[in-house]
Design a protein around this ligand. Sequence first.
Ligand code: T3D
Length: 263
Amino acid sequence: MTESPLLVAVEDGVATVTLNRPERLNAFTAALHEELAAALERAAGDDAIRALLVTGSGRGFCAGQDLSERKPALGETRRDLGQGLERYYNPLIRRLRGLEKPVVAAVNGVAAGAGASLAFACDIVIAARSASFIEAFSRIGLVPDAGSTWFLPRLAGSARAMAMALTGEAVSAERAAEWGLIWKAVPDDALMTEARELAERLAQGPTRALGLIKRALNRSASNGLDAQLDLERDLQREAGLGEDYREGVAAFLEKRPPRFSGR
Ligand code: T3D
């Protein structure tokens, strides 16, 4: 029996989603995309899931598109790669960014091509010190995709983004943290414990408010200050009507830890 290209386990409010093609450094196939899309749909609609943890099995996080699926490109037929982006990669990135629940990436090894984009699309990225990020696209004559040309300059600044994209050089996890591409780099053997603890902590948080925080920060990338102030007003109004706000204030005044329901 062939193993599923994606493993999903839900525990303590956290859906752990593991890309599971270790022999190909978890490169994306159509089947992996389909399963990942289904897992993200489920996470969006299931109130029992209050945070996501995305990681890879084996020594890689994700090596981007599985190039063995692109072998026909070596023949006469020219493939329209825009179709694959439209069908798989763009919806994936939109689903991750639009999911109003926190998504933690535990980058356990190399994240290359769209695998790096996948990591950058997650909300908080923790990487093992031995991991690296590679904008591998130019190495094979392609353009960074799956959001990389949007994420890179915003996270690391345009000089670093341009050099990463043009050279395709690997950037170590520690340098990625120094540049602000990711939240932090940790010793390899601490990665999963740290990432899981963080995801569990977030899963016990005020889920609705965390979703609104995500929406506010995502919108800030295209909003001016006036529009952002208006958005903050609207989102704060919504958060202030939530049960978790009442609980947060009550817990503070009673000097006890809050018990957030996510509503
Ligand atoms: O096509 C479209 O739809 C457009 C969208 C494109 C999105 C993209 O992501 S384009 C970029 C695609 N990805 C790459 O170009 C990266 C290719 N991989 C590498 O350059 C290297 O594997 C790494 C730098 C990531 C890691 O190097 P290393 O030396 O640690 O590992 P390795 O030996 O190269 O890889 C281990 C195995 O995984 C190896 O198989 P083998 O020889 O043991 O049978 C290798 O072929 C396989 N593998 C790694 N990446 C891919 C892959 N197989 C298929 N596709 C891959 N992307």
